[in-house]
Design a protein around this ligand. Structure first.
Ligand code: DAK
Length: 251
């Protein structure tokens, strides 16, 4: 249900259920989580990309699998845990989104570190049409990205948002032509993978603090992370290379 390969220093994971627009069933989520953790532990990988097909990043959780679940079952058979594995990943993860990213698909994309969108991308939280609400962080992350008014409108009406609107609303980092999406995602991930892995992980942690904490707490924690980098060779190498007008070598 996923296809994965390492290209250069980038672990690429492709969601692969084309017959159902990459609907995210339990097995796919378990496989995705396991692959993310494997790449996180693999020194050959410096960054990851999650992508889908040209038509669908993912059309949401698998409705056919989910529809008969009862409340006690959802509690007893923890179907939530695999959705959160991605939050344990320390290396940067980019979502390269083409086509639809709906419901759980949009939530998965928002759980990555940032989204690169193809010009045909469509984002939305249409759960309200199914008589439910987003359950994997959508109400929280979409609201932090878009602000209350736009997020409320999308979640209450199920309206989809195109790539350009998503860019203007700060949901995505960049929009590129569909034909360039994979190459751009790889190039971006490769750039990150070429940098100091220690600084990269601390940068990810620090930016996430802005998202998940109050300002003063985030700034205090950023300072601790920043100062601790002065205990690394990469800080010495990066700054020495600048002064000596040469390219830094982060080994
Ligand atoms: N689940 C299962 N099958 C899906 C699917 C989905 N989400 N989306 C599409 N498919 C299937 C269709 O049923 C169809 O299958 P067949 O009929 O051929 O067997 C096939 O994919 C092609 O779809 P369409 O024929 O509908 O294709 P169209 O191009 O006409 O439309 C579409 C594409 C993506 C606009 C449409 O399929 C659609 O609206 N799909 C549903 C989108 C949606 O409602 N998504 C939200 C699902 S609810 C949680 C974790 C996650 C979640 C909640 C909690 N926890 C950890 C607590 C997430 C919930 C959701 O995502």
């Amino acid at each position: 249900m996923i296809l994965s390969e390492i290209i250069g220093r980038v672990g690429v994971i492709r969601l692969n259920r084309p017959e159902v627009m990459n609907a995210l069933c339990d097995r796919l989520m378990a496989d995705l989580g396991a692959q993310l953790l494997a790449y996180d532990a693999d020194p050959a990988v410096g960054a990851m990309v999650i992508t889908g097909s040209d038509k669908a990043f993912a059309a949401g959780a698998d409705i056919k699998e989910m529809k008969d679940r009862t409340f006690p079952e959802t509690l007893l058979h923890d179907f939530i845990a695999p959705w959160e594995t991605i939050l344990q990943v320390k290396k940067p993860v980019i979502a390269a989104v083409a086509g639809v990213a709906l419901g759980g698909g949009c939530e998965l994309a928002m759980m990555t570190d940032f989204i690169l969108a193809a010009d045909n991308a469509k984002f939305g939280q249409p759960e309200i049409n199914l008589g439910v609400i987003p359950g994997a962080g959508g109400t929280q992350r979409l609201t932090r990205a878009l602000g209350k008014a736009r997020s409320m409108e999308m979640i209450l009406t199920g309206r989809l948002m195109g790539a350009e609107e998503a860019l203007a609303a700060h949901l995505v980092a960049r929009v590129v032509p569909l034909a360039d999406l994979q190459a751009e995602a790889l190039k971006t991930a490769e750039k990150i993978a070429s940098l100091s892995p220690v600084a990269v992980q601390m940068a990810k942690k620090a930016v996430n603090l802005a998202f998940e904490s109050h300002l003063s707490e985030g700034v205090r924690s950023e300072r601790v992370l920043f100062l601790s980098l002065f205990g690394t060779k990469h800080q010495q190498e990066g700054m020495a290379a600048f002064v000596e007008k040469r390219k830094a070598r982060f080994e």
